[in-house]
Design a protein around this ligand. Structure first.
Ligand code: DAH
Length: 357
């Protein structure tokens, strides 16, 4: 009997050691297989007498049943463990928050451009877009900048090589060429819709006023904390029969106070020079409070459109008069949000940019 208990115990131990179904089947063979321990014991019965055969045979059978039971238990345990592992690996934490896709947002300078467009839009200004690769004519000559004029070297221009003659050959250094492009188009369209002959000298009839802003990218050979080779400008133009400097002051003051949400913002028009305006003024603003309070800050150039420029628009300067201004949306953005390095706008660092969305 003792011998059989040992066999049962060692079978249980062998099954226990098996950590996978295949190992368990190998262990089973050691005891119940063709030359397993139990089978060997059975074979031994053949040589015994009937009485012994009966009692020993019954004992061996009980041992066999005990081993089979142990085997079943272990099979079950391994199957359970397998199931448990699978459940764990497929576990789903339904309390986890969903994975959102980042929302994205507008670039701070784009926000400023939208703001500029909305404010001037509310004052009846159209918004126009124009090419960034310009001709010398639109960028300089039509704006009353003679060939040898110092203003040409005031702007360090990127030139584009290899194009046909008189084709666009420079990256526009300012948005001012849009004054000419827009006005010429406006005059041509007016002449077409009213049936006035085209190209018959300067237009001197009556015409709806030109009121437009032209925001966009501009380029100069320049790079430091406050200059970037690519930057933004926004041009403004208002031409009619009775538009004066007083209107410029009113419109620009209203714009700045709305843009900076400050009713007591001060403006100063400081005499200056631009080839395309006469007289010309630099526009400075001064905040009453906040970190920039008390300092005059330059935000735009402006002036009354030069008669030569009026002519290049196709208009008779004896009849038409107007003013223009050009401002820097990058700088306006820096002032509005207190950003001190222009390059941050163009680095594309999401940690900086996401603060504005
Ligand atoms: N185009 C000038 C610049 O880039 C800015 C400017 C000055 C625009 C006076 C104007 C103006 O329309 O009237 O420096």
């Amino acid at each position: 009997m003792n011998e059989f208990n040992n066999v049962i115990d060692s079978a249980r131990a062998a099954f226990e050691r098996a950590s996978a179904p295949a190992e368990l089947e190998n262990a089973k063979a050691l005891f119940l297989g063709k030359s397993g321990r139990i089978t060997e014991l059975m074979k031994g019965l053949a040589t015994l007498g009937a009485q012994e055969k009966k009692s020993l045979g019954a004992a061996i059978n009980r041992a066999k049943q005990a081993i089979e039971m142990a085997l079943d238990e272990r099979r079950q345990a391994l199957a359970n463990a397998q199931m448990q592992m699978q459940l764990q690996s497929e576990a789903l934490d339904v309390t986890l928050p969903g994975r959102r896709r980042g929302q994205g947002g507008l670039h701070p300078v784009a926000l400023t451009l939208e703001r500029i467009e909305a404010i001037f839009g509310s004052m009846g200004f159209d918004v126009a877009q124009g090419p960034e690769i310009e001709t010398d004519w639109f960028n300089f000559t039509a704006l009353n900048t003679p060939e040898d004029h110092p203003a040409r070297s005031m702007h360090d221009t990127f030139y584009v090589e290899g194009g046909p003659q008189n084709a666009p050959n420079l990256l526009r250094t300012h948005t001012s060429p849009m004054q000419i492009r827009y006005a010429v188009q406006h005059v041509r369209q007016h002449r077409a819709t009213t049936g006035t002959a085209q190209g018959e000298g300067l237009f001197a009839g009556s015409m709806p006023e030109i009121r437009v802003i032209a925001p966009g990218r501009t380029y100069r050979v320049d790079s430091d904390a406050t200059h970037s080779p690519m930057f933004h400008q926004c041009e403004g133009l208002w031409v009619g029969e009775n538009v004066s400097f007083k209107d410029l002051k009113f419109v620009f003051t209203d714009f700045c106070r709305t843009f900076f949400e400050s009713d007591d913002l001060e403006l100063r028009f400081r005499p200056s020079f631009f080839p395309f305006t006469e007289p010309s003024a630099e526009i400075d603003i001064r905040f009453q409070d906040g970190p920039l309070a008390g300092r005059w800050l330059e935000v735009a150039g402006s002036g009354q459109v030069h008669p030569n420029v009026i002519r290049n628009m196709g208009l008779e300067p004896e009849r038409f008069i107007g003013f223009a201004f050009g401002m820097g949306p990058d700088r306006l953005t820096m002032l509005r949000y207190g950003v001190n390095d222009l390059r941050l706008f163009f680095d594309g660092d999401i940690r900086f940019l996401s603060q504005f969305s």
